[in-house]
Write a protein that binds this ligand. Sequence first.
Ligand SMILES: C[S@@+](CC[C@H](N)C(=O)[O-])C[C@H]1O[C@@H](n2cnc3c(N)ncnc32)[C@H](O)[C@@H]1O
Length: 216
Amino acid sequence: MADIGTDHALLPVYLIREGIASRVIAGDLNEGPLEAACNNIREAGLADRIGVRRGDGLDITWPGEVDTAVIAGMGGGTIRDILKLAGETAARLKRIVLQPMGDSGDLREWLAANGWRIEDEDLVREDGHIYEIILAVPGRETETDRTLVSIGPRLFEKKHPLLAEMIKAKIRKNRKIIAAMQLSRSPETGIKQQRLMERTRKLERIADACQVPDDN
Ligand SMILES: C[S@@+](CC[C@H](N)C(=O)[O-])C[C@H]1O[C@@H](n2cnc3c(N)ncnc32)[C@H](O)[C@@H]1O
């Protein structure tokens, strides 16, 4: 597998130690993180199992070299751009594990529109923040409702215990944006505001379906 944006190479070291992967390519765009990665890999005595490469996204691997790519800890837009630019390399991947730090809805919608099926999803809470993890495989996403795709179709199906909290946080954020938009007199902002209000109302209905009392 390849860990794209590996930083300190904590994931590659973990995967080898736990016997989850036999060989890992640890890639990063920047020198500082790669230095830290090399040190950690050396200290773990795993230099023969983890290859370190500097480069942009999946450019560091050739098509078919790895079957799994993890892209974690970056914005959803950056993750989408990495996949977009990866062309043949992305097309030959069997699965991708993504952990976007924002814009996860746009990322899911892009995946669904570009030949990726969301196979599984999870949410993890750490230090008051909820992290989203998406496992996608080549194929056709079966969920067609845009709002459900963006919220996390598998999270909704499995009624993930943290989903309600996550939706409520998104509703609160949207309401703040809608209130800020109220100050603008531009017709374009008015249209955007209408769209966001519609999406927020849909989120409220989904929250109701998850039996989340809307207490804000
Ligand atoms: C916040 S760290 C995430 C580290 C680790 N993946 C995690 O989830 O904890 C983001 C890392 O991605 C790297 N990065 C950002 N854009 C990248 C790109 N286009 N290709 C490769 N690495 C990138 C940064 O240099 C940084 O080390």
